[in-house]
Design a protein around this ligand. Structure first.
Ligand code: GNR
Ligand code: NI
Length: 184
């Protein structure tokens, strides 16, 4: 297992259209294990293969919700999270609700920047799992938002592309500034 470097904007590799997986190999299974390790380490709730430089239509999600409701008295060190690793290979959205929901999105490839994005509140998706079995399910809430965010990556799209040019340029400027501050 390995933690892989995450590619950050503005890097042309994030604009690549990822290719469908034709045959699942052990190399794919190793990549998927490494993607989970990289996502948990970051930490993040989703990761697309293209973010670690592999332009294939593979993404992983684990929403990592707290096991118990988090209150003011919760010690951040002892909060336990439900682990629910999900793998999506060649995912497709076969239905999306007209109703939208808004979420303040972030992205490991646009670190520490957040902005509200509107997306369909519910989607029905079809994908292949790690065992090569076709799955289909309807999703809502953060899972629906995260799946759409990750599927955008497979098409070379970042969450900032859903913002106005003014807002997008603002986020990219802040990212550049944060990077310069870190380097100094
Ligand atoms: O960790 C992540 N959090 C997140 C929050 C709101 C909407 C989408 C996401 S996905 C992001 C990880 C990531 O960049 N995946 O591509
Ligand atoms: Ni992302």
């Amino acid at each position: 297992m390995a933690i892989l470097p995450i590619i950050e904007a503005p890097d042309a590799r994030l604009r690549t259209i990822s290719k469908p997986v034709e045959t699942l190999t052990d190399d794919h299974r190793t990549l998927i294990a490494d993607m989970f390790e990289t996502m948990y380490d970051a930490p993040g709730i989703g990761l697309a293969a293209v973010q670690v430089g592999v332009a294939e239509r593979i993404l992983v999600i684990d929403l990592q919700r707290p096991k118990e409701p988090v209150t003011e008295d919760s010690d951040p060190e002892t909060i336990e999270y439900v682990r629910e690793p999900r793998v999506f290979i060649n995912p497709e959205i076969i239905w999306a609700s007209d109703e939208l929901s808004v979420y303040s999105e972030g992205c490991l490839s646009v670190p520490e920047q957040f902005a509200d994005v509107d997306r369909p509140a519910r989607v029905r998706a079809r994908w292949m799992d790690e065992a090569g079995v076709v799955q289909e399910a309807e999703m809502d809430g953060l899972l629906a938002t995260c799946l759409q965010h990750e599927m955008d990556h497979l098409n070379g799209v970042l969450f900032i592309d859903h913002l106005s040019k003014l807002k997008r340029d603002m986020v990219l400027k802040k990212l550049e500034k944060a990077r310069r501050a870190k380097a100094a």
